[in-house]
Design a protein around this ligand. Structure first.
Ligand SMILES: [Zn+2]
Length: 332
């Protein structure tokens, strides 16, 4: 029996509801990126149609809040009849303005969007998207190519001609490199293939528009580097502090959120956050957040559930954590 059929049966017998009712003391945060009808084999955006289904679902069964509202709820020890949920976006793609914001307005829902400064200022393409672009181009045009790292070379035939395994392994290996090495390898590959990734990101004017329309802006670092891989403290400081200061200046509001790009935190990151008044660090690790254990004075780490483009009921089951509950058993 395939995964889709199993999930469809689980949905039909009421698993979504059972899982949801078990969650009242927990905060669910959904991690979202692109909302667009465009297709990308390696990082598919959620279609506006599926996104609207998701909004319909969360607005019916959840109290959708912002991080700022969460602070008030914690301070005033308020309770809510429905479980709490936050819609959290990263990266600042322009399709947010095009497709997500009109739907968020339609359902009157707040959201959080974490911005990369170099994308907003110079429309830079994040390295992960440049890597996707290379893989998409090579796959579509059936081009054999390889990435040579210090200790090994990755090519399609090392992965039994499975493009996704080739991509994921290359991506993970790239996370171990320093930013300049990573960019050097990507640039070299782009030159060899004679391609350049161009994606429209939100500029500052559009980010201000979001900020004035119930979108709580956070920081997603200056250049989308993997913070835990940075050993130089002044570079690390620029990625967090300069990013926060510039965003605050642009939107004329205080920033208290840092979404970590592809990574882990460490003592240095937390020390810098503490110094500059960032008290919320966001991860993508498919877990829920226990409200009872949240301390209002300290830096808080928040878990987020990574959402992908799939049918409405699969998204609902993912929101209710079925996928991560089953992952250990059946490799979903
Ligand atoms: Zn990101």
């Amino acid at each position: 029996m395939n995964k889709k059929i199993i999930f469809s049966i689980l949905h039909k017998i009421g698993t979504t509801k059972i899982l949801r009712t078990l969650k009242s003391a927990e905060l669910t945060i959904l991690s979202l990126h692109r909302i667009s009808p465009e297709r990308d084999f390696f990082f598919n955006p959620i279609t506006p149609f599926h996104f609207e289904s998701l909004l319909r679902y969360v607005s019916k069964y959840y109290c959708v809040i912002s991080f700022n509202e969460l602070d008030n709820i914690l301070q005033e020890k308020k309770t809510s009849k429905k479980p709490l949920l936050i819609l959290s976006f990263d990266d600042g793609y322009y399709d947010f303005i095009e497709f997500a914001l009109p739907l968020l307005k339609k359902y009157q829902l707040p959201s959080n969007h974490n911005i990369v400064n170099s994308c907003a200022s110079e429309n830079k393409t994040i390295w992960t998207q440049r890597l996707n672009h290379i893989f998409n181009f090579a796959k579509e045009n059936k081009i054999d190519f390889e990435f040579t790292f210090h200790d090994k070379t990755f090519a399609l035939n090392n992965f039994e001609n499975n493009w996704l395994s080739f991509y994921i392994s290359t991506f993970k290996k790239m996370l171990e490199l320093q930013m300049d090495e990573r960019i050097f390898m990507i640039k070299k590959q782009e030159e060899t293939l004679n391609i350049q990734a161009e994606y429209r990101m939100m500029n500052w004017e559009e980010i201000i528009e979001c900020s004035q329309n119930n979108v709580e802006i956070g920081c997603h670092t200056f250049n989308h580097d993997v913070l835990s891989s940075i050993t130089n403290l002044s570079i690390l400081s620029k990625e967090i502090v300069d990013s926060k200061i510039e965003i605050e200046k642009k939107i004329e509001k205080k920033i208290s959120i840092l979404a970590l790009p592809n990574g882990q935190t460490n003592e240095n990151i937390e020390r810098i956050c503490n110094k500059v008044g960032i008290d919320k660090i966001l991860f993508v690790d498919d877990k829920l957040n226990s409200i009872k254990s949240m301390n209002t004075n300290k830096i808080k780490s928040f878990h987020r559930i990574s959402m992908v483009d799939e049918s409405d009921w699969e998204m609902e089951l993912r929101t209710e954590m079925l996928h991560s509950k089953l992952r250990n058993y059946v490799g979903v």
